[in-house]
Ligand binder design. Structure first.
Ligand SMILES: Cc1cc2nc3c(=O)[nH]c(=O)nc-3n(C[C@H](O)[C@H](O)[C@H](O)COP(=O)(O)OP(=O)(O)OC[C@H]3O[C@@H](n4cnc5c(N)ncnc54)[C@H](O)[C@@H]3O)c2cc1C
Length: 391
């Protein structure tokens, strides 16, 4: 199946036919292929590898990527829709392909040479290779320009040394996009370069999987680089300009994370509505208590608002709207917060059952928290908004 969603904008805040169809395709795919695998993935803490070829065959690894390299059409709005559908099943399962195809691979697609795209991007879009993006370090997260991993020239090659922290897909990755400092200068934002590094490169070692509060099915680790040798043909984009490249890729990444917040919140709301109808207390379903039904009404309103802003941010990215960056920051902030308030409401409605690991709302509760941190914290989004407001 090929996804045909185009860059046609959502009109009047309703999805157009292409995007509505994509949404249905994504939801059906997730229901059929992803949902049955979630309990084991959560329990075992591993991503179900059988999903890679299925995601690729459905065209769900290629959205927004160049068609000559295996892209399947669509843009950032299509990515928001996919992110929402995947996170409706599980944040930990969702984040694994989203990082590979939509947070790491866009660096290859946007800044790679034709040869780099052919060699490294195409296998990722075919679901035959997994990609990771390694920017964060223990001393530099929000402050990307503070990273200390270095790449030193050595003849025609470069030697990369340093350590990267919290890297999603580290243990699965065939290809890593690694940011390293190549020049020192007065302007910290210049002098950073991204390199394409093979997963098994000599000198590259992985920490044990980090034990996380949520996203249990995803693989997150520290990576240590000890004089990892790469050729000049592994430089990705313009030397010294990776800070700008990273910021550019953040826009779609943040829309994807906002979409995850919407999907996760919708899932928790759906479960809470079902539970409130079924659960009796004091001789009637708890959904008949105004305290509960009004809370559900508030949750539905919050999810709808987060979805609208996320779709608008995505559509503005696709259309090159001058205020796209503002709307992206707002959507990331709002959807992450809504995800957290809605999962909290859902757990409350479930009562004691909401505290049991076996319930899906407990999983969504654990998975929601990272959305306010990863890919730019709430505070980073607020800093962006304050700057754009001229404050
Ligand atoms: C599960 C997981 C997966 C991740 N995956 C990846 C990955 O694949 N690749 C990757 O490169 N990174 C990844 N990260 C890193 C993630 O993007 C960072 O954790 C995040 O950007 C925050 O950085 P930090 O943890 O260093 O926190 P810090 O930057 O140290 O922030 C600590 C606190 O200070 C606040 N703060 C910082 N600066 C300011 C400021 N100027 N004004 C106000 N408040 C401020 C922050 O908002 C936060 O509340 C992942 C993290 C996690 C937890």
């Amino acid at each position: 199946m090929t996804v045909t969603a185009t860059h046609t904008p959502a009109s009047s805040f309703e999805l157009d036919d292409d995007h509505r169809e994509l949404s249905e395709v994504c939801r059906a795919f997730v229901e059929r292929e992803v949902m049955p695998l979630v309990p084991a993935a959560e329990r075992e803490g591993t991503f179900p590898v059988e999903l890679w070829p299925k995601l690729a065959a459905a065209g769900l690894l290629g959205l927004g990527h160049p068609e000559e390299h295996g892209g399947t059409g669509g843009g950032v709005l299509a990515l928001a829709i996919l992110s929402e559908a995947l996170a409706h099943a599980s944040g930990g399962v969702a984040i694994t392909p989203l990082v590979s195809a939509y947070m790491a691979a866009p660096h290859l697609a946007s800044f790679g040479t034709p040869e780099q795209r052919r060699r490294f991007l195409e296998p990722v879009l075919r679901g035959e290779a997994v990609a990771a993006i390694a920017v964060t370090e223990s001393g530099a997260g929000s402050d990307v320009a503070g990273l200390r991993t270095r790449a030193a020239p050595d003849g025609e090659d470069w030697l990369l040394s340093g350590a990267k922290m919290f890297i999603t897909n580290a243990g699965l990755a065939d290809v890593l996009v690694v940011a390293a400092r190549t020049e020192d200068g007065a302007d910290r934002h210049r002098g950073i370069t991204t390199f394409i590094v093979d997963g098994g490169a000599p000198g590259l070692s992985l920490g044990a999987p980090l034990q996380k509060m949520g996203w249990h099915a995803s693989d997150t680790r520290e990576i240590v680089l000890d004089e990892v040798r790469v050729g000049s043909d592994r430089i990705l984009g313009e030397p010294g300009r990776a800070f700008q490249q990273i910021m550019q890729c953040f826009e779609a990444e943040r829309v994807s994370l906002a979409g995850m917040g919407v999907g996760l919140a919708q899932a928790a709301l759906d479960d809470a509505v079902r539970y409130a109808r079924d659960r009796n207390a004091f001789g009637a379903p708890i959904s008949r208590r105004q305290a509960i039904s009004h809370r559900l009404g508030e949750m539905a309103t919050e999810v709808a608002a987060a979805r609208l802003l996320t779709y608008q941010a995505a559509e503005r990215c696709d259309s090159g709207h001058p205020e796209a960056a503002t709307t992206v920051a707002m959507a990331k902030l709002l959807a992450s917060r809504v995800a957290n308030t809605v999962v909290d409401g859902a757990v409350q409605i479930f009562g004691g059952m909401g505290f049991m690991e076996e319930t899906r709302v407990a999983m969504h509760y654990r998975d929601a928290r990272i959305l306010r941190i990863g890919g730019g914290t709430d505070e980073v989004q607020l800093e962006i908004l304050a700057k754009r407001m001229g404050l």
